[in-house]
Design a binder for this molecule. Sequence first.
Ligand code: AMP
Length: 146
Amino acid sequence: MSLDGIYDDGNVFALILQGKIPSTKLYEDEHTYAFLDIQPQSKGHSLVISKWSRARNILEVEDEALAQIMATVKKVANATRKALDPDGIHVAQFNGAPAGQTVFHLHVHIVPRWEGQSRNFVAHAQGDFADPATLQALAEEIRAQF
Ligand code: AMP
């Protein structure tokens, strides 16, 4: 999908927000939702989305929604740091399929990084799916740090 298009109400993050498919919650407030990625690029990889914005990418997002998302990114990054003690934190965001976007509901990735580990961001379909019980245990560790 290109940069132009129409928001799809059936996209996977819309379904998560509607409670139609499960997710491993890290944090939630009135405007934003943070949860663990099911195909993590590293231990503790999470995503932050707006609960109300129908923006598919950063080009069309409301300034208010973007500010709310980034405030939550900061909170989740700090909690992730306290819980997992990474050496770095990669914050990433992709716009349009050619840039690597696969879910067309604007989202920001928070990827803890450790010295000596690969920093490559692999395409969505190539990543391994995480074990749900492992994600749940990890979420409890991070949630305890908010
Ligand atoms: P992007 O390539 O920026 O569009 O990233 C989409 C991300 O969403 C990928 O890292 C996927 O692993 C992740 N993802 C897709 N479906 C789910 C899901 N049901 N729960 C959690 N993460 C998901």
